[in-house]
Design a binder for this molecule. Structure first.
Ligand code: ASP
Ligand code: MG
Length: 410
């Protein structure tokens, strides 16, 4: 069982969480619980690290040492793990807390966004088998050199699925503040529907393309280890829920299962770059070296056979680094000029049913054109189509597509 920040936001809510754990134990199950920090705590800790890293009198902060950043931000989860254990014990149950290094949850050395490399939780497994509830601090692990690490924001989802895989759990229940995965963001489309089931692959696309229900890495681990994972609400645990499962377990395959969007996009265009071998590599090599994750790319046909325009996207946070990397190589790349735009957003339609249905992309393009929305860049995979549009049209586009693919609730 995993509980997110809003589910453990204060002692009263932690008590409620404890009753859900108790219920599971009374059903005859053995339980490991993974907890997030209380809502707002991690943000507060992050802000402290930035304040501490600011040299006296300077207005701009240096980046804090990432190993010490992890020591600080991991603290939020330690508090909740202890508080939930105390609460469970006070209710007459047997429970103890486990920090990342105690489990251990072994991770890479990339502090601030470490990857889990293994969860050899043998002592914890024994404790669980002996009837003790294991309360695990999410988000944190232990990196080489016995340094505390964290898994990136939203990382306690990943802790939960990795712990479930590590101890061979029958199920991983992610309790959160929504009662499942929806066809799209219900704040934009009130007619969005909760999905009973979603294939791992679809959920992976949904999460990486902007849906905020689960951390992307957690879905990867669930898919890799085939962990049956449910998303359900802490506040209404008996209604709804969405099961992440194998494709074969989904009977009704509509062409499109869900629509995701992301506003964290920026577009860069290089005008009049020479149309000859080696140019793309001269552009994207330095971007990779600068740690820029390039997402969509489009290269126009060259009208005169000599020069062409090349457009790509990255996150808004990476835009300054991307521009610096390009401008540093201006001589070599020989573009005429470079323009950029941060007022763009990416809309994606996702569905395994797409493989078997022709015309899915054309419906998307027609729907957007009917609304007068211009498509700037397109990218596709077997089970998704993404388009880049002006940010001001996000709501309109998502609503129109939601109806066009017949996803609206009756
Ligand atoms: N507390 C961490 C965060 O706010 C991890 C999590 O909640 O999943 O990002
Ligand atoms: Mg979360």
């Amino acid at each position: 069982m995993k509980f997110g920040g809003t589910s453990v936001a204060d002692i009263e809510r932690i008590r409620h969480v404890a009753t859900l754990v108790k219920r599971e134990v009374e059903r005859g199950n053995k339980v490991a619980v993974v907890v997030s920090a209380m809502a707002g705590e991690t943000n507060k800790l992050v802000a402290w690290t930035n304040d501490a890293a600011r040299p006296e009198g300077a207005s701009r902060a240096e980046l804090p040492d990432q190993r010490e950043y992890d020591v600080v931000v991991a603290a939020g989860e330690q508090i909740t793990a202890g508080l939930l254990s105390i609460t469970l014990n006070a209710m007459g149950l047997k429970a103890r807390s486990w920090l990342g290094w105690q489990v251990p949850i072994n991770t890479s050395a990339v502090h601030g966004s470490a990857r889990i490399e293994g969860v050899p939780a043998s002592d914890m497994k024994t404790a669980i088998e002996n009837g003790e509830i294991a309360v695990v601090a999410g988000f944190q692990g232990v990196a080489p050199g016995v340094r505390i690490s964290t898994l990136g924001r939203g990382g306690s989802d990943t802790s939960a699925v990795a712990v479930a895989a590590g101890i061979g759990a029958a199920r991983c229940d992610i309790y959160t503040d929504v009662d499942g995965v929806y066809t799209t963001d219900p704040r934009i489309v009130p007619k969005a529907r909760r999905l009973e089931k979603i294939a791992y692959e679809e959920m992976l696309e949904m999460a990486s393309l902007g849906a905020k229900v689960l951390q992307t890495r957690s879905v990867e681990i669930a898919m890799l280890h085939r962990v049956p994972t449910r998303v359900l609400s802490t506040f209404t645990p008996d209604v709804g829920g969405t099961l992440l499962c194998d494709e074969e377990d989904i009977v009704e395959k509509k062409p499109v299962t869900g629509i995701a969007y992301s506003r964290d996009e920026a577009k860069i265009t290089l005008h009049k770059v020479p149309d000859r071998p080696g140019v793309a590599s001269a552009i994207f090599g330095p971007l990779a070296d600068a740690g820029v994750n390039v997402d969509m790319i489009v290269q126009n046909v060259s009208e005169d056979g000599k020069t062409t325009d090349l457009t790509f996207t990255c996150t808004r946070g990476e835009l300054p680094r991307a521009l610096a990397a390009i401008e540093a190589r201006a001589q070599e790349i020989q573009y005429r000029d470079v323009t950029h735009d941060s007022a763009v957003a990416k809309i994606s339609i996702i569905g395994i049913g797409m493989r078997a249905h022709p015309g899915v992309a054309s419906t998307m393009f027609r729907t957007l054109s009917d609304k007068g929305i211009n498509i700037q860049v397109i990218s596709t995979s077997e089970i998704k189509v993404s388009v880049l549009i002006a940010e001001e049209y996000v709501e309109l586009a998502v609503r129109a597509l939601h109806s066009a693919y017949e996803l609206d609730a009756a």
